[in-house]
Design a protein around this ligand. Structure first.
Ligand SMILES: Cc1cc2nc3c(=O)[nH]c(=O)nc-3n(C[C@H](O)[C@H](O)[C@H](O)COP(=O)(O)OP(=O)(O)OC[C@H]3O[C@@H](n4cnc5c(N)ncnc54)[C@H](O)[C@@H]3O)c2cc1C
Length: 47
């Protein structure tokens, strides 16, 4: 979730990343998408 825009979740290349996976960008996009989805659910539960 963006600190400055609560409720806005980003994943994949929207993140300011330096390709920490050294390639495998699709895998990283899917993984951060799943993490963002879990973040949405947690945020909705607590709001
Ligand atoms: C030529 C090429 C080859 C690649 N080969 C590989 C590979 O072999 N293996 C690998 O792991 N990675 C590869 N990558 C990298 C990988 O494709 C990307 O890192 C990944 O697709 C990024 O996913 P994303 O969802 O972050 O962004 P994107 O896939 O770019 O998705 C963003 C989506 O948002 C949409 N969008 C943009 N603006 C708006 C808007 N204002 N409103 C609504 N929708 C909007 C776009 O139309 C797009 O559908 C390759 C990239 C390129 C360019």
């Amino acid at each position: 979730m963006l600190h400055k825009l609560p409720g806005v979740f980003v994943a994949g290349e929207m993140l300011d990343w330096e390709a920490p996976t050294g390639g495998y960008l699709l895998q990283a996009s899917f993984a951060t998408g799943a993490a963002a989805g879990r973040g949405v659910l947690a945020w909705l539960r607590h709001s």
